[in-house]
Design a protein around this ligand. Structure first.
Ligand SMILES: [Mg+2]
Length: 146
C-alpha cells in the first residue's frame, strides 16, 4: 500500500500550495506521520517468547519507529514518566483521590510501557536482562532479610 501511492499525489492533496511555504515544516511532519501510518510494521514477537526475544523486539521497535538515536537521558526521562503513569494507575486502583480533570492510566498499559523502556535501557547499556536478573538474584539469596 505504501509503495502504490505516489508521494507527489499525497503532497498536493494534503498540502495545498497556498500554505506550502508558510507551513512547510508542519506539513512535512504530517506527511511523515501519514506515511508511517501507511507503512506496515515488520515487527513480530514470536509465540512463547523468552526475555531475550522481548529485548530483540524492543531493539527492532526502536529502529522501526526512528528512535535509535535517542539520548539515554531522554530514555530515562521517558522511563520515569511511565513509572509515574504506573503509579497513577495504582492510585486509581486503590481508589485514592485524584484530580478529576487529570489523565487516567490503565495499570496493564503502564506496566507494559515501563517494561519497554526498561528493555530499551538494557539494550542501550548492552545488559542481558535475563542474565542480570539471574546473577542479581543469586546475590540476593545470600543476603539476610530481617
Ligand atoms: Mg504510558
Amino acid at each position: 500500500m505504501y509503495n502504490r501511492i505516489p508521494i507527489h499525489d499525497i503532497i498536493f492533496k494534503v498540502a495545498p500550495t497556498y500554505c506550502w511555504n508558510v507551513h512547510k515544516a508542519q506539513v512535512c511532519v504530517l506527511l511523515r506521520t501519514l506515511l508511517d501510518l501507511m507503512r506496515p510494521s515488520k515487527l513480530h514477537l514470536k509465540q512463547n517468547p523468552i526475555l531475550k526475544d522481548y529485548q530483540v523486539y524492543v531493539r527492532e521497535m526502536v529502529k522501526e519507529r526512528g528512535f535509535e538515536k535517542e539520548k539515554i537521558s531522554h530514555i530515562f526521562m521517558l522511563f520515569l514518566e511511565e513509572c509515574g503513569e504506573m503509579a497513577k494507575a495504582a492510585r486509581k486502583r486503590q481508589k485514592l483521590k485524584v484530580d478529576a480533570a487529570s489523565e487516567e492510566f490503565e495499570m496493564a498499559d503502564e506496566v507494559a510501557d515501563v517494561f519497554m523502556y526498561l528493555l530499551d535501557i538494557c539494550n542501550y547499556y548492552d545488559v542481558d536482562l535475563e542474565k542480570a536478573f539471574r546473577d542479581k538474584e543469586e546475590k540476593n539469596k545470600k543476603r539476610t532479610w530481617k
